[in-house]
Ligand binder design. Structure first.
Ligand code: 5AD
Ligand code: SF4
Length: 440
């Protein structure tokens, strides 16, 4: 009987996509992916290193797995993802861990699982600039999957001074556009309704061969054209690459969702410079203006963190001010966490106290909640197209789905099928969700 592999995913959407790639690799090596840890022969934990608390969560999970392995002696545990790359040796010292594989070493996992030699041979953390997992069709969990991720770039070259990603995921590389188009066509033919093109800096996509030079606006046009019935999303965009051409392509194609996730990180030029973000506040706000004037109903979201080195109350207030100007529909908000070996860790002093970071984070959250509520209230009375995703968490009498702008909408179930597009008239809102009545 084939061995069963259970994969647990932490962190970003890229990790969700990578777990599906790993499941596919395992399946083609005669392992069976399962969704219950109790069934597992092999447990794989896909980890995140972006902030210290993400890593702490994994160490706690490993303490649980140590006990789990005592009760289930045949089980092997592997750690993959960014933490596997960053602290491989330390992970292997943990009693629960049998093998470690970094983000470019996933094709080696079946071998690592089968090794019975000493622990040292159970590490593979070679970063490989060629690896795009070309030719692997991701394994999709669940029969009714309607949304899929398609990674189009891997790694990052930006070296934002606070960020661990360029070290754990290596240099940026783009998949060939033919691989991407084939994968999208495959998901379309399987009945998927939505795909999200993924990359750490997705809009710096660039691939050339003898026939063609393909940049991100060209690629997303190709994708929109081969899947006209599907919603196309993309994340994460770097502000430096949000060109007029890209904004115009989003406006031009109905099936490219009117939503841009455009992390600003800070509203202060002094802090942006220390972060090595390569744009100014003015430049960013001009790009936002261009988006708003070209795509009036464009959803906007951001990543912002407070307490970076050099951020005094003055710089922090500039961030709040920028949030008030842009009026993001939603934002992921964090406090700065020093990551070892990054430029900021080496060259800057972590000079904002933990208490001050927490206070500022609470102010970020409070302001964004107010803005989200205001933005959502402006949707009351509108009829919005919603892709039905499943039952609402609170009640089986209600379904939920998302608008093009990526806002969650809850509405009474009227035998709508998951995966159908319906029109919902918005009647009530909170800062997190819209509620409404389906009108078809
Ligand atoms: N500390 C806090 N937040 C960070 N991010 C990245 N690195 C750090 C760090 N060291 C945030 C950024 C990024 C998001 C994925 O995580 O906002 O966009
Ligand atoms: Fe990290 Fe900056 Fe690359 Fe995003 S763009 S992954 S924040 S280095």
């Amino acid at each position: 009987m084939s061995k069963k592999v259970y994969i647990e995913t932490y962190g970003c959407q890229m990790n969700v996509a990578d777990s599906e790639t790993v499941a596919a690799i395992m399946q083609s090596n005669s392992f069976t992916p399962v969704t219950k840890i109790s069934e597992a022969d092999i447990i794989i934990i896909n980890t995140c290193s972006v902030r210290d608390n993400a890593e702490q969560k994994i160490w706690h999970r490993l303490d649980f797995l140590k006990g789990f392995k005592k009760r289930n002696k045949h089980v092997k545990v592997g750690i993959i993802g960014c933490m596997a790359q960053r602290v491989a040796d330390k992970l292997l010292e943990h009693e629960a861990v049998d093998f470690v594989a970094g983000p470019d070493a996933y094709r080696a996992i079946p071998e690592l699982v089968n090794e019975t030699d000493i622990k040292a041979s159970h590490i593979n953390t070679n970063l490989d600039i060629e690896e795009t997992y070309s030719g692997i069709v991701q394994y999709k969990y669940g029969e009714n999957a309607i949304s899929g991720f398609v990674p189009i770039t891997r790694g990052c070259n930006n070296f934002c001074s606070y960020c661990i990603v360029p070290y754990t995921r290596g240099r940026e590389r783009s998949s060939s556009y033919t691989d991407i188009i084939n994968e999208v066509a495959d998901l379309r033919d399987k009945g998927y309704k939505e795909i999200t093109l993924l990359g750490q800096n997705v809009n710096s996509y660039y691939f050339e061969n003898r026939d063609k030079k393909v940049d991100f606006p060209t690629l997303i046009k190709m994708v929109a054209e081969i899947a006209p019935e599907m919603r196309i999303r993309f994340t994460t965009s770097h502000p430096k690459d949000i060109s007029d051409e890209l904004i115009e392509v989003i406006a031009q194609y109905d099936n490219i969702c009117n939503h841009i996730h455009l992390p600003v990180q800070s509203g202060s030029n002094k802090v942006l410079k220390l972060m090595n973000r390569k744009y100014t506040r003015e430049w960013y706000l001009e790009r936002i203006q261009k988006i708003k004037s070209t795509i009036p109903d464009c959803g906007l979201s951001s990543d912002i963190f407070c307490g970076f080195s050099g951020e005094t109350e003055t710089e922090f207030l500039e961030t709040l001010d920028l949030m008030n100007i842009v009026e993001y529909d939603s934002a992921f908000l964090f406090k700065y966490s020093v990551r070892p070996d990054t430029a900021a860790a080496k060259n800057l002093i972590d000079d904002v106290s933990e208490q001050e970071k927490i206070e500022r984070l609470n102010r970020l959250i409070e302001l964004q909640n107010q803005i989200s509520l205001k933005k959502n209230k402006a949707d009351i009375g509108k009829t919005l197209e919603v892709l039905v995703e499943g039952f609402s968490k609170r009640s089986k009498d209600y379904l939920f789905g998302r608008t093009q702008q990526s806002k969650v909408v809850v509405f009474a179930d009227n035998n709508f099928k998951v995966g159908s597009f319906i029109n919902v008239k918005i009647t009530d809102v909170s800062s997190a969700t819209l509620k409404g009545i389906a009108i078809n």
